[in-house]
Design a protein around this ligand. Structure first.
Ligand SMILES: *Cc1c(COP(=O)(O)O)cnc(C)c1O
Length: 377
């Protein structure tokens, strides 16, 4: 791709060396040395009592749906402004996603919309920490407690972010991280389930291991291993885990470098914001600089801005097509309350390139300023 790509998955440390080691050790299937290293590292970093590596955040969310015994007729409240996996994981179990609106500042699920959407069928709420910025978890945890519904955090974008000093993904009974190549810490495809409720740990291990008690067997707790429950294969192989471990070792460095880019964008785009050609995101120090997204003024054609940027060699992208108006969302889900903020934000948002090692912010910001001045006339 010529010009400045939106994302470049970079090596940051010993990825290839650890991959070679994994091969040399002679175990490429999952749950070996590197999987365990990643899990212990993530448990220490997040303080979750049990972290299970999965092959994606999608898989971790699917495990969450199985662990909560989600069934047809259950309702799961979530934002419409999210990635398809948030809804898919629960729709796969026959549940109904109930889409509610977001707040207009951080684009996170609106707690008052959750409260209004709760019905006797509500089983769980899935807050998504958009751009790695925490949802209003105090309000969400309180209302979930009042109504006895589970909280599953979609923390796909939130590796390294926190809420009141606690890692995102550890405040709900379950949390899901992603290590997809577009996230901060990567392994190509990859994810983790944070099992924060100790009562769910044993069953989570069974579900991840095709419904067997293999984990117990290897710990010597049972003398043979067998099929004990419904489950699937949610376990990544050691090559992925080896790659991921090298990234985890550099997680603080990665996020610090992303903050430099985030702050670099923020400083450069202040003037354009003063001209009312865009709105910058608000800086939240407890987040992880996952994304730098700007909102275009109403009435400015986003496609024209993206096309203008592309002509200048800058590959910026829009984000979610709201799930409530997607073909599957219309068929499998329902809405609760107004989705006006979601509809408005999703039409005006663009994400700017964000990757380590050589991203030219001056070029991106000059191109953006130039295009906006032309398109907004
Ligand atoms: C990336 C992402 C996912 C899916 O992650 P995978 O690891 O690709 O399965 C789910 N939810 C949100 C909000 C995401 O950003």
């Amino acid at each position: 791709m010529s010009g400045i790509p939106f994302n470049v998955p970079n090596l940051v440390g010993k990825e290839l060396w650890y991959v070679a080691q994994a091969h040399a050790r002679g175990q490429l299937a999952g749950d070996g040395l590197f999987t365990k290293r990643c899990e212990r590292w993530l448990e220490a970093w997040t303080k979750s009592p049990r972290v299970l590596l999965t092959h994606s955040c999608t898989a971790a969310l699917e495990m969450a749906a199985l662990l909560l015994d989600v069934k047809p007729g259950d309702e799961i409240i979530m934002p419409s402004f999210t990635f398809v996996s948030t809804a898919n994981a629960f729709a796969l179990r026959g549940a109904t996603p109930v889409f509610v609106d977001i707040d207009p500042i951080h684009f996170n699920i609106d707690p008052s919309a959750i409260e209004a959407a709760i019905s006797p069928r509500t089983k769980a709420v899935v807050p998504v920490h958009y751009a790695g910025v925490s949802c209003q978890l105090a309000a969400i945890l309180a209302l979930a407690g009042r109504h006895s519904i589970a909280v599953v955090e979609d923390a796909a974008q939130a590796m390294g972010s926190s809420f009141e000093g606690r890692a995102l993904g550890t405040l709900g009974c379950l949390g899901a991280l992603s290590f997809h190549e577009t996230k901060n810490v990567i392994s190509g495809e990859g994810g983790a389930l944070l099992v924060n409720d100790p009562a769910l740990i044993e069953q989570a291990e069974v579900i991840r291991e095709k419904g067997t008690n293999r984990s117990k067997f290897f710990r010597g707790e049972v003398d043979k291993y067998t099929w004990v429950e419904v489950g699937s294969s949610f376990l990544p192989g050691e090559i992925i885990a080896a790659f991921l471990f090298a990234q985890l070792e550099q997680a603080e460095h990665i996020n610090a470098e992303r903050w430099k880019l985030w702050d670099g964008y923020h400083a450069r785009l202040g003037e354009v914001e003063a001209l009312e050609l865009l709105t910058r995101p608000q800086r939240e120090a407890s987040a992880n600089a996952h994304m730098y997204q700007v909102l275009l003024p109403r009435g400015v054609c986003r496609d024209a801005v993206l096309a203008g940027l592309k002509a200048a060699g800058v590959h910026a992208v829009f984000h979610y097509v709201p799930l409530h108006s997607s073909p599957a969302g219309l068929r499998l889900g329902r809405t609760a309350g107004s989705l006006a903020v979601t509809d408005d934000i999703s039409e005006r948002l663009i994400r700017l390139p964000m990757w380590l090692n050589g991203l030219d912010l001056d070029q991106v910001c000059a191109a953006l300023t130039d295009v906006l001045k032309r398109v907004a006339k």
